[in-house]
Each structure stands twice: as C-alpha cells, then as structure tokens.
Design a binder for this molecule. Structure first.
Ligand SMILES: [Ca+2]
Ligand SMILES: [Ca+2]
Length: 192
C-alpha cells in the first residue's frame, strides 16, 4: 500500500498531558501515524475536545446523520481494547456519532487509515469537501478535496471493514475528517 513502507518502521510513542496518546513517526516532519496504543483504555474524548500538538491539531467534532440532521455535542470518541478495524493490536478508537478531525500543519500530501463501520452512515471530509455516505467504500475511485480516494474493501456492506487511502497529487491536505456510528479507526497515517 501507498504508505506502508514509509511508516511501518518509524513508529514511536508519545503520551500527551491531554491524554490523547498517539503513536508518531520518529520524524514528525515526514508525517505521523496514530496507532491508538498509548492512551489508557477507556479514555474518552467528547465533542469539543481539541489537542494542539506542534504540527497537528486533533479534535472531536459533530456528526451528520444520513438525513442531514446533526447528532449534537452529547457524543464522544473512546479508546477501546478491540481490533474491529483490523489494525495494530490491541487498541483502536471508537468514533461514535461524532467525527475525528486531523489538521496537520504543515499540511500532508497523502493519508491512509483502517476502519470498521459497524453502524449507519459515515462522514468524510478533505479540506472542506464534506461527504456523507452510507459506507466509505462508496467513495472508492472518487475525487474528494482534489484527491483520489481508494478503498480496499475487506468485508461487509453497511457493516464493512476497509482501508481508505487518500492519494497524493492533490492540493495540500489541511484537514481530514472521518467518523460514523459504531465506527472504529486505527493506524491513521499521513505523510508530508
Ligand atoms: Ca491500534
Ligand atoms: Ca455504513
């Protein structure tokens, strides 16, 4: 896959005072990976949470239902001991009726993550190009925010697992958002 070689051997760990512990690359200048292994299990990040690191801001934001209404602020993301997204053992983040937003600064060129969508619809956004789709696999082959998106569809329809890649050769990626209902995310990487 696009970013595997770039990141696989560069993961180190970081624990922040704010508690959203993340895995990062040895050289953040080249990009980052977030494997969700360092936070304590059960760590909870409500809508409105925001963590500003020197080169990326990560926040939890609202989720839009399939009908267009918004889920509101009474939701959160949680670190869980599970491997629904088929990523790095043993933890991942469950983004439940909310979205997680990555704003890399300097911006990224490409990104990739593993997910399990065990609920209803999903939200996905690059640089203000917001998509609300039943399943992320519906974005396979589409251009979002000026970037080609491909999805390796692992299983299911409506309850699917996959790997989503945001390919390079688009504008700088200032913002990447993803979320769903009973949505599990792991090993989100981007490179600069
Ligand atoms: Ca993990
Ligand atoms: Ca779905």
């Amino acid at each position: 896959m696009l970013l595997t070689t770039h990141f696989t051997h560069q993961i180190a760990s970081l624990f922040t005072a704010a508690g959203l512990a993340l895995a990062i690359t040895a050289s953040p200048a080249s990009g980052r990976c977030f494997n969700m292994e360092s936070p304590p299990p059960g760590a909870t990040y409500p809508v409105g949470f925001s963590l500003a690191l020197p080169d990326v801001t990560i926040s939890i934001d609202e989720f839009q239902y399939s009908g267009g209404g918004w889920a509101g602020p009474a939701h959160d993301a949680n670190i869980v001991v599970s491997n629904e997204a088929l990523g790095s053992a043993v933890q991942e983040i469950m983004v439940d009726n909310c979205t997680i937003v990555f704003e890399p600064d300097p911006p990224a060129k490409a990104a990739r993550f593993r997910y399990a969508d065990l609920g209803g619809n999903t939200n996905f956004e690059i640089n203000g190009d917001f998509r609300n789709v039943a399943d992320l696999s519906m974005l396979d082959g589409f251009i979002v925010g000026g970037h080609l998106v491909t999805v390796v569809w692992v299983s299911g329809l409506g309850f699917e697992r996959g790997i989503l890649t945001v390919h390079p050769a688009g504008p700088p990626i200032d913002l990447l958002r993803v979320g769903g209902q009973e949505f599990f995310l792991d090993d989100l990487c981007y490179r600069r």
